[in-house]
Design a protein around this ligand. Structure first.
Ligand code: SF4
Length: 676
């Protein structure tokens, strides 16, 4: 008998490509692209093609594990749930609800994230819920939410193909979103221009018409210089500014101080190039800005995103097809985890926890009181010397590898009275846990993911989880019931029905409607077709708001001891902390060990040759790795990917936080390298 075929979604990046899994005898035996998928249209990158390789890996967690005398021992689910509930409740009784915190996950479904935040808020009485958007697009949610009324991508991926000009700021999408970039390359075939702003000569930059290699952390001077030139040349869109925006005079006064010459001195890009790009962007019939961690992971990340919004508003390049602002989401469901209220200050649909009316509505529906004050962000909780957090529940995240200043993160987690971690494999974080719960992976459960363009799509179960592992939704239902909550959901579709009833932007979403192409939110009722392009007649907040972007240079400048700047990021064949991709034999063959990119001049000064073992050191720690000597990184900078636990980049990174979003400055800290 031939295999069965199950349509589902790639578990990696936020593009949300369609996969077809071939199943035979309870095993996934093949993985191929879904040719009818509305986003990927039959394309996959190497990670998608190989996505089945970790599913049946022998290292999958198969039973709940309790740590005793430093070793893990298998226990039953009843014992595990009982212990989890007892220890979290004890912590609340002893220290109060603000002493517990939960991390939900950009790799889990909408339904799981929804139930997780509901459990922490009404089961434990705490708003200390967060997830890895705190490490990436927190500034986007804050700045675009404030300036436009929504922190999401304004346009669908398909719009790239019809635009005339693409400005990529701090995004190496050619490596990190390769399938989405197919649309961008289609635009270029039709004559669209691509300009890349990035300190590194990335694959994206190599493919661009023009690359502006700015100094790390100087996006605001560069973008301000562009805006100054647009205004002084009369290239702004006056009608759009007058009819659809507010706050223009404050921005114009601020821009007086940013002639391109001054901007050039700070960012290192020639003033004539700044003028040239400004004119090209402003005069393009339609232009799109894409951005990513290159601008958000800075101590002025929120201000960087304000500058991007200001530029688009100034030129009227937002609020119509093929013109918009596109923050690309790195994980399969980071958009959905935010939408579902996996954040300390908002309930599902970005409804403020501190709004009495919002709380009353949720309390009436959930039948329980909600805490009134916003919770702590995970980065602030971990950075605090006297953190109030005494116990934590982590679902599908690996903060030991992903958060800044690894030594500090480990210290924080080791000092907790109780740590429970739910995951599919052991990670650097599960090893610190008191209790580990085995979860199902993407191929073993039903649910929905919301991709980077706000498209809610169905994830479908192909095989059973190994051993006694359960899907996160089932685990959360058992924990909720043990806490005395009414977590008696028949299935994930029933959870989505509850989400729709409480979340206006998901109001028209149901499994019945998601069968084929999914739906873009906002989708407010069951007759609503979904919204591909945001802000067309009015911005979600009414008028678009110009906000003066306050420039802060990187918080740790190079000095005589640490004269270089470290930039961290991703590479094409691995994904985040490597939990899944580093267990894929095909991806392992592509890149099997860590390395750091070093500019040839910096290498020569230190007697370092390509392939040498080097020590990389910052004020927070050191790693031993291999030097890859390449001109891709500018003189004075080095680059490290954060996928490798044997040379963890987060041992080096600085936990200086953006004051608005609390996102850490992963993209610039002072470092030195030496041959070992
Ligand atoms: Fe998966 Fe992203 Fe690659 Fe598509 S582009 S196959 S979603 S990793």
């Amino acid at each position: 008998m031939g295999p069965d075929f199950v349509k589902t979604i790639c578990p990696y990046c936020g593009t949300g490509c369609g996969l077809i899994l071939a199943v035979r005898n309870g095993q996934v035996v093949g993985c191929s692209p879904d040719r009818g998928h509305p986003v990927s249209k039959g394309a996959l990158c190497i990670k998608g093609w190989t996505a089945r390789e970790f599913i049946h890996h022998p290292e999958r967690l198969t039973a709940p594990l309790l740590k005793k005398d430093g070793c893990f021992h298998e226990i039953s689910w009843d014992e595990a749930i009982d212990l989890l509930v007892t220890r979290l409740r004890e912590t609340v009784d002893r220290y109060g609800p603000r002493a517990v915190g939960g991390l939900c996950s950009a790799r889990c479904t909408n339904e799981e994230n929804y139930l997780f935040q509901k459990l922490i808020r009404i089961g434990l009485g705490s708003n200390n819920v967060d997830h890895c958007a705190r490490l990436c697009h927190g500034p986007t949610v804050a700045a675009m939410g404030h300036a436009l009324g929504s922190g999401a991508m304004t346009n669908p991926i398909a719009d790239f193909a019809g635009t005339n000009f693409i400005l990529a700021v701090g995004s190496n999408a050619a490596e990190t979103f390769p399938v989405a970039m197919g649309e961008l390359y289609r635009a270029r075939e039709k004559g669209a221009q691509l300009v890349v702003i990035d300190p590194r000569t990335t694959e994206m930059a190599k493919n661009a018409d023009l690359h502006l290699p700015l100094r790390p952390g100087t996006d605001i001077p560069l973008l301000s210089g562009m805006m100054h030139h647009i205004l002084s040349s009369g290239l702004e869109n006056r009608a759009f500014i007058e009819q659809r925006t507010e706050g223009f005079s404050e921005l114009a006064a601020y821009l007086d101080d940013w002639p391109p010459e001054r901007a050039a001195q700070i960012c290192g890009v020639a003033p004539e190039l700044i003028r040239h790009v400004a004119e090209a962007y402003a005069q393009a019939p339609s232009a799109m800005i894409i951005f990513c961690m290159g601008i958000t992971q800075h101590a002025c990340g929120t201000a960087n995103v304000y500058a991007v919004c200001d530029l688009a508003l100034l030129c009227g390049q937002v609020g119509r097809p093929h013109a918009g602002i596109c923050p690309l989401r790195g994980q399969c469901n980071v958009q959905g985890a935010c939408d579902m209220g996996g954040l300390p200050d908002v309930l599902p649909g970005y409804q403020k926890v501190e709004d009495d009316w919002v709380r009353m509505r949720f309390e009436a529906h959930w039948g329980a009181a909600l805490p009134k004050e916003a919770g702590m962000t995970v980065t602030a909780a971990m950075a605090a010397d006297d953190s109030p957090i005494r116990a934590a529940y982590i679902m599908g995240e690996n903060p030991v590898m992903s958060d800044p200043d690894r030594r500090h993160t480990i210290e924080f987690l080791e000092n907790l009275d109780f740590l429970v971690v739910q995951d599919i494999f052991h990670t650097d974080t599960t090893r610190l846990a008191d209790l580990v719960l085995p979860a199902a992976c993407f191929a073993e459960k039903e649910g929905t993911f919301t991709n980077t363009e706000r498209r809610v799509q169905r994830l479908r179960k192909a095989v059973q989880a190994p051993g006694s592992a359960l899907d996160d939704l089932m685990i959360l239902c058992r924990v909720g019931r043990a806490m005395g909550l009414d977590f008696n959901y028949a299935d994930s579709a029933a959870v989505m029905d509850e989400i729709a009833s409480l979340t206006p932007s998901y109001g028209g979403i149901s499994y019945r409607r998601l069968q084929y192409k999914g739906l873009h939110w906002p989708c407010t009722d069951f007759d609503h077709p979904g919204t591909a392009v945001l802000h067309q007649k009015r911005f979600s907040r009414g008028r678009g708001l110009f906000v003066v972007p306050e420039y802060r240079p990187p918080q740790e400048a190079p000095d005589e001891h640490y004269p270089l700047v470290l930039i961290t990021g991703r590479m094409f064949c691995h994904y985040h902390t490597g939990t899944m991709t580093r267990r894929s034999p095909s991806l392992h063959r592509e890149v099997d060990k860590p390395f750091v990119e070093v500019n040839p001049k910096d290498a020569e000064r230190r007697g370092i040759c390509d392939g040498d073992r080097i020590r990389v050191e910052t004020r927070r720690g050191a790693i031993s790795t291999t030097a890859r000597v390449v001109p891709k990184v500018a003189e004075g900078t080095i680059f490290a990917a954060f996928h490798f636990h044997e040379a963890p980049a987060d041992a080096l990174t600085n936990n200086a936080l953006d004051p608005v979003s609390n996102v850490p400055e992963f993209k610039a800290c002072a470092v030195e390298i030496a041959r070992e």
